[in-house]
Design a protein. Structure first.
Length: 278
């Protein structure tokens, strides 16, 4: 699933290309494209796209009084639609503009979970954004401390829970835990002030570095094509340590980490009931 840095860079590209263009209409293509029924998809017709912004893992197309909040889910893309074919492959929704250009929201696979919320007024106070935590690139030590203390759980899962902080997925969680030199299985309520500070610095620095790289790209790319220290590098040497990247199964996905850098050399148990936390 796209994360904060690539969505931020993509929002900037879309704004540069489409800001000021007048919307003709929003066309739902798949049956579940629209996640709201009021306002109607025609509510922003005739309005200029002011900008494309981002909140967490959502893209926001700002048409003034109306905002189209868009989530790409795992396999979604929002791209210029040069062909504008009647039945685009994986098509979810299409924005047609008065200059005859279009944007297409598409999604790979068959689930079609990507979609659009048409929102009038401040989108931050409404679904699906109202329950998001602070954006991960702006969270403060105080906000992070409060969120960590509010629920007991493993750090990797905490980072990915959007109500705690918004914009982090699997790749960033792996990279942030490594940069902070913290176990992905550390208990959230056990982190001391120094560890919280390291975590906040790691969040900001990893996201900033990722965003800088994403801004060099012309479009969204596969996660396997992104630079990383540990994510996706199982068995490869760890920079600065006499170690290789290890993996551990956690729920339905794989966590990447360095025992030498993060767990005092201990290997995490490959199950979800491990008692090893830090």
């Amino acid at each position: 699933m796209p994360e904060l840095p690539e969505l931020q860079a993509h929002a900037e590209r879309l704004s540069e290309d489409f800001a000021g263009t007048v919307l003709r209409r929003l066309e739902p293509i798949s049956l579940n494209a629209l996640k709201t029924f009021d306002p109607s998809p025609d509510a922003a017709g005739g309005e200029a796209l002011r900008q494309v912004t981002r909140r967490g893992k959502y893209l926001l197309l700002d048409f003034g009084d109306t905002t189209h909040v868009t989530h790409l889910m795992h396999g979604g893309r929002l791209r210029p639609d040069a062909k504008q074919s009647r039945r685009p492959r994986g098509g979810v929704a299409r924005w047609r503009f008065e200059d005859d250009r279009a944007l297409l929201l598409s999604e790979a696979g068959t689930e079609r979970r990507a979609g659009v919320w048409v929102v009038r007024g401040d989108p931050a106070t409404q679904e699906p954004l109202v329950d998001l935590g602070p954006d991960a690139d702006r969270i403060t030590d105080e906000e992070l401390t409060e969120a960590l203390g509010a629920t007991r759980g493993r750090l990797h899962g905490f980072l990915r829970r959007q109500g705690n902080l918004a914009g982090v997925g699997r790749r960033l969680a792996n990279e942030v835990c490594f940069a902070a030199r913290l176990s992905p299985f550390a208990t959230t309520t056990s982190l001391d002030a120094d560890e919280v500070a390291r975590l906040r610095v790691a969040l900001h620095e990893v996201i900033a570095d990722s965003l800088a790289w994403e801004r060099t790209q012309h479009e969204m790319v596969k996660v396997t094509d992104k630079p990383s220290r540990v994510h996706g590098r199982a068995g490869e040497p760890v920079d600065g340590f006499d170690d290789v990247v290890h993996t551990v199964a956690y729920r339905s996905y794989t966590v990447y980490y360095s025992p030498a850098a993060q767990t005092g050399g201990k290997i995490l148990a490959d199950n979800t009931t491990s008692r090893f936390l830090k």
